[in-house]
Design a protein around this ligand. Structure first.
Ligand SMILES: Nc1ncnc2c1ncn2[C@@H]1O[C@H](COP(=O)(O)OP(=O)(O)O)[C@@H](O)[C@H]1O
Ligand SMILES: [Mg+2]
Length: 519
C-alpha cells in the first residue's frame, strides 16, 4: 500500500521541506477533523498538470461525528471541474467556502470522482442533500503548497450546543493558522501514540491562561486530579494543578506537552497548543488525557522485560556452571582424546552462555550480534596455545538478530574461530616459522535479504580433498547442520591463501524498515 507521504513524493513537484510540513499536518489533523465534526481531505497540486489538477494525499474522518465520505479517496486526481473552490484557494491563498450538493453525479466515463463523493448513499440513509465545503490553503514559507478540504453537514441547519460551538470556534482559529502558515508548528514533534485527542478532554483558555471552557471529559480528568471547584474563570494553577505547559505554551507561542502527576497514581498528559492571530497568542487549546492506566501498563511491561532478562541471566549462570564442571572434570583426565572432548564440550556450552549473557542485558527478543562476536573473539584468543601470535579482525556487522538465530549462529562462529586458531597455524602446519604472525578475519554483512558471515585465515589451508558437505568430523558437522538445517542457509569452505568459510543466511521478510518521506 502506498502511504500518503509516498503518494505526495510520487505525484507532486513539492520540495522536501514542504512535504515535511504536510507530513506534520497529517500527523496532527485528527484534532482538526474532530473539532469541526467534519471529514478532511488534503490535496496537493499534481505534477506537471496543465490545466492544474490536484491529487488527494490524505483523508481523515471525525471521531466526533458520522462521516460524509465513506469512500477512500486517497490517490484520486481532481480537476478544476471536480474541485473549483480548492483550485481557487490554492491559487489565491484564501480560505474559500460554500455549500455543495450531495451527491454530485459522476461524470459518465470520467474516472475521477467529484467531491464530496457520495455514490454509497444507500448505506447512509441520513446523508443530507447539501454539504458545507471549506477549502483552506496550507501555507508554508509564504506559499500555498496544498489545500485542506473540510466537508461536513451544513452548520446553520442544526441546533448546536455550547460544546459544538466552542469546538467549531477552535477549529476555525486553527484553520486560519493553517492558512497563515502558523499551524502545524514548525519543528513540532509531539504527535506520538499517547498524544491526547479531542475526545480525551479539551480545555479552552484565553491568552492569560484563564479557562473559558472545559469539555465533560476534561472535567472528569480534572476531577481525578482532585479539582472539585468550578473551573471556568480560573487558571489551572489556581485550581491547584502544578503544570507549566499552558503558561510556557502561551509565553513562547509554541506547543508544549507535559505529564502531570497528581495525588498518588493519577497521571494526566497536558498538551497545550497556542492559538495565534497574526503571530500574537490569543488563547490556547489544552488537551488533557488521563494516562494513569497506560502508564501502569507500561510499568507492567517493563517488569515483564525485567523478568525475561532475569531468566536469561539465570540460564547464563547455569550454563557457566555446567562449563566449569566440564572443565573440572577435564583437568582430572590424562591428556588425550577424552580430555580434548570435554574441553570442546566446555567451549560449546560457553559459546551459548555468551548469547544469554547479551540477552540478559538487552530488552526485547533481538540481540546486537556484534556484542556476541566480540565475546567469541575474546574466547578464541584465550584458547590460542601455539607460539604463533594470532590477530583476529572483525569488519562489518549484521545488526540485531532474533534470539533463535543468534544461538546457532554463535555456536557455528565459535567452531570456525576455534578451528582457525587451532588448525591454521598449529604445530602440524607446514610453516616452520614459530613465533610468526597469523591473521584471522571475520567479515559480516547484511544487505537486503541476505546475511553473510565469513571467517578467513592466512594459515595452511584445508587438508587435501576436504569437503564440508561430506565431512564426518564433529566440529564442522555441527556447523554444517546448524547452518543448513536450523537456519536454512548455506555454507562453503575453500582453501585460498589459507582457509575461507562463508555462511549465507536468508533474512526473514518484513523486518526491513518502511521507507520514509525523504527517502
Ligand atoms: N581454518 C582451518 N585451517 C586448516 N584446517 C582446518 C581449518 N578448519 C578445519 N580444518 C580441518 O578440518 C578438520 C575438521 O575440523 P572439525 O570438524 O572442526 O574437527 P576438529 O576441529 O575437531 O578437528 C580439522 O581437523 C582440520 O584438519
Ligand atoms: Mg574444530
Amino acid at each position: 500500500m502506498t502511504t500518503p507521504a509516498e503518494l505526495a513524493v510520487l505525484h507532486t513537484d513539492l520540495d522536501v521541506a514542504s512535504l515535511d510540513h504536510l507530513q506534520r499536518l497529517l500527523g496532527c489533523w485528527g484534532v482538526l477533523s474532530d473539532l469541526s465534526f467534519c471529514d478532511l481531505l488534503l490535496l496537493a497540486p499534481a505534477q506537471g498538470a496543465n490545466p492544474p489538477q490536484l491529487v488527494v494525499i490524505g483523508q481523515v474522518r471525525p471521531t466526533t461525528s458520522a462521516t460524509l465520505m465513506p469512500a477512500d479517496l486517497v490517490g484520486e486526481l481532481m480537476t478544476a471541474d471536480d474541485a473549483p473552490m480548492a483550485i481557487e484557494a490554492l491559487q489565491n491563498g484564501d480560505i474559500v467556502s460554500g455549500v455543495v450538493p450531495v451527491p454530485v453525479a459522476e461524470h459518465p466515463g470520467h474516472r475521477n470522482r467529484p467531491v464530496p463523493h457520495a455514490t454509497d448513499t444507500a448505506e447512509l440513509p441520513t446523508v443530507p442533500s447539501e454539504a458545507s465545503l471549506e477549502c483552506v490553503p496550507v501555507r508554508f514559507e509564504g506559499r500555498a503548497v496544498a489545500v485542506m478540504l473540510r466537508i461536513g453537514a451544513v452548520e446553520s441547519r442544526r441546533r448546536t450546543g455550547r460544546l459544538e460551538r466552542v469546538y467549531r470556534d477552535v477549529y476555525h482559529r486553527l484553520a486560519s493558522m493553517v492558512a497563515s502558515g502558523d499551524y502545524p508548528f514548525v519543528g513540532e514533534d509531539v504527535t506520538g501514540e499517547d498524544t491526547p485527542r479531542v475526545g480525551d478532554g479539551l480545555v479552552l483558555v484565553d491568552d492569560k491562561g484563564t479557562i473559558v471552557f472545559a469539555s465533560p471529559n476534561a472535567m472528569s480528568a480534572l476531577h481525578r486530579m482532585g479539582v472539585s471547584a468550578a473551573v471556568e474563570g480560573s487558571t489551572l494553577q489556581q485550581l491547584g494543578i502544578e503544570e507549566t505547559a499552558v503558561a510556557r505554551a502561551l509565553g513562547s507561542g509554541h506547543p508544549i506537552i507535559e505529564e502531570v502527576e497528581r495525588r498518588p497514581d493519577v497521571i494526566v498528559l497536558v498538551h497545550c497548543t497556542p492559538l495565534l492571530v497574526d503571530g500574537q497568542v490569543t488563547g490556547g487549546m489544552v488537551l488533557l488525557r488521563d494516562v494513569t492506566d497506560l502508564r501502569r501498563l507500561d510499568r507492567l511491561l517493563l517488569s515483564k522485560d525485567a523478568a525475561i532478562r532475569e531468566v536469561h541471566h539465570r540460564v547464563k549462570n547455569n550454563l557457566q556452571t555446567i562449563s566449569s564442571l566440564l572443565s573440572l572434570q577435564a583437568r582430572r583426565l590424562e591428556p588425550g582424546k577424552g580430555q580434548e572432548a570435554l574441553r570442546e564440550a566446555e567451549r560449546r556450552v560457553r559459546s551459548i552462555a555468551v548469547v544469554h549473557e547479551v540477552l540478559s542485558r538487552e530488552p526485547g527478543e533481538e540481540v546486537p550480534f556484534h556484542e556476541i562476536v566480540e565475546a567469541l573473539v575474546r574466547m578464541a584468543k584465550d584458547s590460542v596455545v601455539s607460539d604463533h601470535h594470532i590477530d583476529i579482525h572483525v569488519t562489518g556487522d549484521i545488526g540485531d538478530v532474533a534470539a533463535g538465530v543468534a544461538t546457532p549462529l554463535a555456536v557455528a562462529l565459535a567452531e570456525l574461530l576455534q578451528n582457525a586458531v587451532e588448525h591454521a597455524f598449529g604445530a602440524t602446519a607446514p610453516r616452520e616459522d614459530a613465533g610468526a604472525q597469523g591473521r584471522v578475519d571475520v567479515v559480516l554483512a547484511n544487505d537486503d535479504g541476505h546475511m553473510t558471515l565469513q571467517v578467513r585465515d592466512d594459515g595452511c589451508g584445508l587438508p587435501e580433498g576436504f569437503d564440508i558437505a561430506r565431512t564426518t568430523s564433529l566440529g564442522l558437522s555441527i556447523v554444517r547442520d546448524l547452518v543448513t538445517s536450523q537456519l536454512g542457509g548455506s555454507i562453503a569452505m575453500e582453501s585460498r591463501h589459507g582457509t575461507m568459510v562463508s555462511i549465507d543466511l536468508p533474512v526473514e521478510q518484513g523486518r526491513r524498515r518502511r521507507p520514509g518521506l525523504s527517502a
